[in-house]
Design a protein. Structure first.
Length: 372
């Protein structure tokens, strides 16, 4: 055993002892794992409700002192990987007393490192997809998937057609329910531009210029072709890590009075956004389902064909192939008709709208009782 392996084993043993301090002998033990802060809001009010009946431990890889960390009975630091001197190590423990593991951020893990034996070999595992309307995540490592909508169900059924052991539970989307409760529109004459996660290496300025340049050009176009304030909301990983192209975009508009940066977690921006523009971020569905205000997708090229069966990525009649089409959309918004359209779409598509937490609590009770 190398010195590094010895240190990892010592860390694992210390961590196991630390976590076991918070294990209940009288109640079922639930671990809620969140390693990407942007997905901590996926649970809505669920964890608070779970505390009433079960012992709930939140597991994180960074301490932010946010609502998620305060929502359970105990919050524990236990990273899923550690990188030192260009070497990556994967801590793990086996805590038999954990009955259920819930996670919302399976999408980013490498090669299944967060697998069926992470934290506990015997615990049941539930996945909360972070997209309301389509497939995401390393679903094969789960026992159950909380499915938010009918379009997501179609995608998961297709993706898992050869893996019938994973049970799909039509339950709803707690994040949407909480957003509906908290939404209060305050007009600020603002468009939010919220693209999906982007990344480019800093190895060549030519790449940075091409990448950041296209974003800057599009933002300039919005400023020139509308009278709205423009709020630029990059993917949380772009601003939390401080990607260079993101800093370059910010610096380009430092003196523009109508331009602002939104680097806040959560959905507070819903309250002040007249409408949303994205490329194909599924935040558009959550925004429009909450506010009943429109989202538009600027998509010069279609999605990859391998995404066609993954559920609802695209808002029909709300995606533009070029700036001319986008301007036509923006010049002809009928907010009354848009509200009617998105209400009908939402009410038809989402499971248990407004009471998803109650449905999920029932699912969890049946899982822990061995009935599901």
């Amino acid at each position: 055993m190398t010195e590094e392996q010895k240190l990892l084993e010592e860390f694992n043993q210390r961590s196991k002892g630390h976590i076991q301090r918070f294990i209940s002998k009288d109640k079922k033990n639930i671990a809620v794992v969140s390693y990407y802060p942007t997905y901590r809001s996926q649970f809505g009010n669920l964890i608070t409700k779970l505390k009433e009946k079960y012992n709930v431990i939140t597991i994180v890889d960074r301490v932010l002192n946010d609502d998620f960390e305060k929502s359970g009975h105990h919050n524990v630091f236990f990273p899923w990987r550690v990188t030192e001197a260009n070497q990556t190590y994967y801590p793990n423990v086996d805590i038999e007393e954990i009955d259920l593991i819930i996670v919302a951020d399976q999408v980013g893990y490498e090669d299944g490192r967060i697998d069926r034996e992470f934290l506990s070999k015997r615990a049941k595992r539930i996945y909360f997809p972070h997209r309301a309307t389509c497939v995401c995540g390393a679903t094969a490592t789960m026992d159950y998937i909380i499915v938010p909508s009918k379009t997501a169900m179609q995608g998961f059924q297709y993706r898992l057609k050869d893996n019938p052991k994973v049970k799909l539970l039509p339950s709803g989307y707690p994040q949407l329910d909480k957003a509906l409760q908290e939404y209060q529109y305050t007009p600020k004459n603002t468009i939010t531009y919220a693209p999906t996660l982007r990344y480019v290496e800093n190895d060549r300025n030519a790449r940075l210029n091409a990448f950041a340049g296209s974003e800057i050009t599009f933002l300039e176009w919005l400023l020139e072709n509308t009278n709205y304030n423009i709020s630029y909301r990059a993917h949380p990983l772009n601003y939390s890590i401080g990607h260079y192209f993101y800093r370059l975009i910010n610096a380009s508009f430092a003196e523009e009075a109508r331009f602002s940066i939104d680097a806040n977690m959560g959905n507070a921006f819903f309250n002040s956004t007249d409408f949303l523009i994205t490329d194909w971020s599924t935040t558009s569905f959550t925004y429009s389902y909450t506010t009943l205000r429109p989202s538009f997708m600027f998509m010069p090229t279609p999605l990859d064909s391998n995404l066609e069966n993954d559920g609802g990525y695209i808002l029909e009649n709300h995606h533009a192939k070029n700036l001319k089409e986008l301007k036509t959309f923006l010049d002809n918004i009928d907010f009354t008709k848009e509200a009617q359209y998105f209400k009908a779409l939402r009410d038809e598509n989402m499971y248990n709208l407004g009471h998803s937490v109650e449905a999920i609590l029932q699912n969890i009770e049946e899982i822990l009782e061995g009935k599901l």
